[in-house]
Write a new protein. Structure first.
Length: 113
């Protein structure tokens, strides 16, 4: 198995962009989610161009500030956890990774000690 082969069919959308916002990689779930926008053809494009307002105005400063952003959304009866975080290569900021995971509306929460 290649180094990143496991992620291709992973059941959450995974998208990776560079520091300028250029999409470097995506898995099948991301490509399917954005099929009408081009799917895998979005690789090499700027992810900011895929975000209409007000999402673009919220996302652009994240790239510049290199800050993590975590929130939940509901769309078409599906609740998702969106986790956007900077990634690093050799200790230097290299861009962002976005994970979009479908989650249940009600889910257990545990506090461990």
């Amino acid at each position: 198995m290649s180094e990143h082969e496991w992620i291709k069919e992973f059941p959450a959308a995974v998208t990776v962009c560079d520091a300028a916002g250029i999409i470097l990689e995506m898995n099948d779930k991301t490509a399917k989610t954005f099929e009408k926008d081009g799917g895998y053809n979005l690789v090499g494009k700027n992810m900011l161009d895929c975000h209409p307002e007000p999402a673009r105005s919220k996302t652009e400063p994240l790239l510049a500030a290199k800050e993590k952003n975590v929130y939940t959304i509901e769309k078409n009866g599906v609740k998702k956890l969106i986790f956007q975080s900077p990634w690093y290569k050799d200790g230097r900021y290299a861009g962002f990774v976005e994970l979009s995971l479908e989650i249940p509306f009600e889910m257990p929460h545990s506090i461990r000690t």
